[in-house]
Design a protein around this ligand. Sequence first.
Ligand code: CUA
Length: 315
Amino acid sequence: MPNPGKTATFPVFAPHSPYAHSIASLSDGVLWVCLFILLIVIGLVGYSVRRFRERPGAPQPELIYGNWKLEVGYTAAFIVILGTIMYFSIRSMYASDPETIKPDNLSIVAHQWWWEVHYPGTGIVTANEIHIPVDVPQHVALRSADVIHDFWVPELGRKMDIIPGTVNQTWFSADTPGRYYGACAEYCGKEHAWMRIRVIAQTPSDFAQWEEAQRALPGAPSNGIALQGAEYFQELSCASCHTIRGTAARGDIGPDLTHVGSRETLAAGRLQNTPDNLVTWLEEPDLIKPGSRMPNLHLTRDQRDALTAYLEGLQ
Ligand code: CUA
């Protein structure tokens, strides 16, 4: 099913990767087994209520003490039922675990409250948006810069905790081009709710095009205002927290902004990435995302507009 970019109502039941399929089919299998048992229990209760109810003149039903046929029967039935569930579980475990540990395609660092995404060996660093080619398993190393977070994109696989001081591994892949939404799934402070993930699965050729554009340095500012913005970026304190490859900006506190203009959202999904929203974010970060480390620099209107023109031009 094509996924145009809308989250399914129950994304855990709308799997789009072999990993998520295995979990969903385990859940379905166990559900059918439970339904089968439920129907038997309801049937037996219904039968007993009708068959042995009190009637005028009817004698007391005979009490039974032990029935080896019945006991052997239900013990065998339990073995069959548990065996069936075990079969589904083992099948799901095999489908969920990669056959071999491969080098990481992706290295993700969770921060309060955004995601830093490295593509090892390419120099590409993005934030909050993870572009991947379809049908290619992504082996992911997960690290935390501060507290415990949890990576979860329900349509693509299960949750994975991210613990400070250790590296956790997971993997996922997507079977259809489209957008898959996720979020931090471990309460990590004030703006935990705005720590959104969007995985953008692309055809191999679209992904190659994206990768090539991201590897390249951004073009020079295209007009006077943007050029002024580039200067403000270095003069004000922006450059001490953010990196823009090809410039003197080498900060590593906030997201890498080398190609920020090509991203779909700002502040980990809090705002759509439009010039108006970027102006708002620069003016009122505390109002948009209280507690975020993005400071209010009390920019003048000129500074704010020039920075917006510059940053939105970083395609
Ligand atoms: Cu990070 Cu919740």
